[in-house]
Ligand binder design. Structure first.
Ligand code: ZN
Length: 449
């Protein structure tokens, strides 16, 4: 397991039997005829701004300009890759999660141990991977980052060069995430230089007709992060933080699975615990940006933060999607100006709804990219099987997670919130120029089509 955001992969290839690996390989997608072979390579946690900076310094010059791949909130590997690849949603946001049916915490570190068995596969996107780092690397990345990165690249190179040239190849390099968390952007830049060299070598070996598509699952803030005092705050406000809710009633129960050191928190409420009141309580906690939850008996997403409250409503009309941002008090998502300009251009209907495409066109580069569709979907679509009752987005500079992990590291970067630094992943190709931005839910045809 890795210490910082260990949700990535509880199913190391290294422990899988040969037969198992072969059986899973048969499930992989075969390359559609009529287009070049494709090497698809995901770099865990590399932000758009880092890759575009590297490119402006002359690296990756065989590639077209990168697009911003809009990572879904909360910006975490399994959530993002499941959505980008149109795969099954993982059980929880990370490998420790609250199971709503069983009413208890499930998973955790034990999920990392032992053989790769079907119950340990978090999402079906993993069936498509031809390469991912062995388990031992996830332990080592924090003590021997550069050595692990080099070994990861070497294994990927060997695996790719010995793969059947008639098929696409999908690799996932996870060491980049750990390098950023622990070493910050300078360490990652050195790693990207070696990746740039490796990709040149691979292009020579595979031929320039092979398309290389490089992308990331989520971005990352590049600031030092500290722990948010979530549990103390909840306790101090009369909440009981529990690991299960099997007994009928307690006082106001909340479950708050804390695992990787990431910029979000997923809260689950007991029957007696009001979501609105809980979200309100959190507005007073340093490091909390906003919370989002489903409206009681309604169909809106309610957003509550230190800078106000708002309702997001979604409507379908003749096959088109519309959103409305209703400011109840203040402007928690900073969309007041956008809404005003949509109105000035005559793009709001009498009820204040505008087309999803109009919101996207104006907010893909916003502080909260694609805020309305993204934040609304975070609680109304199954990005995970056990969606939180209250999903909390922290400010850059703050994380929540297991206390045992946070004692061990200085965190120079992290991800998980709905801000631009974590939401702007990247996507670029040697053969195709992409638009400025691609939504993760619309990425599959681009990646695998
Ligand atoms: Zn991470």
């Amino acid at each position: 397991m890795s210490i910082i955001c260990p949700s990535h992969d509880p199913t190391p290839l290294v422990t899988a039997g040969e037969g198992e690996v072969e059986a899973r390989a048969r499930l992989r997608v075969v390359r559609p005829q009529g287009r070049p072979r494709r090497l698809l390579l995901c770099l865990d946690g590399v932000p758009f701004e880092v890759i575009s900076g590297a490119k402006s310094r002359g690296m990756f010059d065989d590639f077209e300009e990168p697009a911003r791949l809009l990572s879904p909130f909360p910006t975490l590997t399994n959530v993002a890759l499941a959505e980008m690849l149109g795969a099954t949603p993982p059980a929880g946001y990370e490998s420790l999660y609250f199971d709503r049916e069983a009413k208890e915490l499930r998973g955790g570190v034990r999920k990392y141990i032992g053989r790769r068995t079907p119950d340990k596969i978090p999402s079906s996107y993993m069936d498509e991977l031809d390469y991912q780092e062995p388990l031992a690397f996830e332990f080592l990345i924090y003590v021997a980052t550069d050595a692990v990165w080099r070994a990861d690249m070497r294994r990927f190179r060997e695996r790719f060069l010995s793969a059947p040239p008639s098929r696409d190849f999908f690799g996932f390099l996870k060491a980049t995430d750990g390098l950023l968390h622990i070493g910050g952007p300078e360490r990652l830049t050195v790693a990207l230089q070696s990746l740039d060299r490796l990709l040149r070598e691979i292009r020579e070996a595979a031929g320039s007709e092979t398309e290389i598509v490089l992308f990331s699952d989520h971005g990352m803030n590049l600031v030092e992060n500290r722990r948010v005092n979530l549990l103390t705050h909840l306790g101090g406000n009369g909440y009981e933080v529990v690991t299960n809710m099997r007994r009928p009633r307690g006082k106001r129960r909340v479950s708050a699975p804390g695992f990787g050191l990431c910029g979000y928190a997923a809260l689950y409420c007991g029957d007696e615990t009001g979501r609105a009141e809980l979200a309100e309580t959190l507005t007073g906690l340093e490091g909390v940006d906003f919370s989002v939850y489903r409206e009681e008996g309604g169909r809106a997403a309610l957003v509550a933060g230190a800078s106000g409250r708002a309702r997001i409503e979604r409507r379908e009309r003749v096959g088109e999607t519309f959103y409305r941002y209703e400011q109840l008090d203040g402007d928690p998502l900073g969309l007041n100006e956008t809404a005003r300009s949509l109105g000035a251009e005559g793009r709001l209907d009498v009820n204040g709804f505008a087309r999803d495409a109009d919101w996207l066109a104006r907010t893909w580069g916003h502080t909260y990219p694609d805020a309305l569709a993204n934040v609304y979907a975070s609680i109304y679509t199954p990005r995970v099987q056990h969606t939180a009752d209250v999903l909390v987005s922290l400010r850059d500079g703050y994380y929540y997670g297991a206390t045992s992990f946070s004692r061990m590291v200085r965190l120079l970067a992290t991800h998980g919130n709905a801000l631009r630094s974590s939401s702007h992943a990247f996507l670029m190709s040697t053969h195709r120029a992409f638009p400025t931005h691609v939504r993760s839910a619309e990425a599959r045809p681009v990646l695998r089509g």
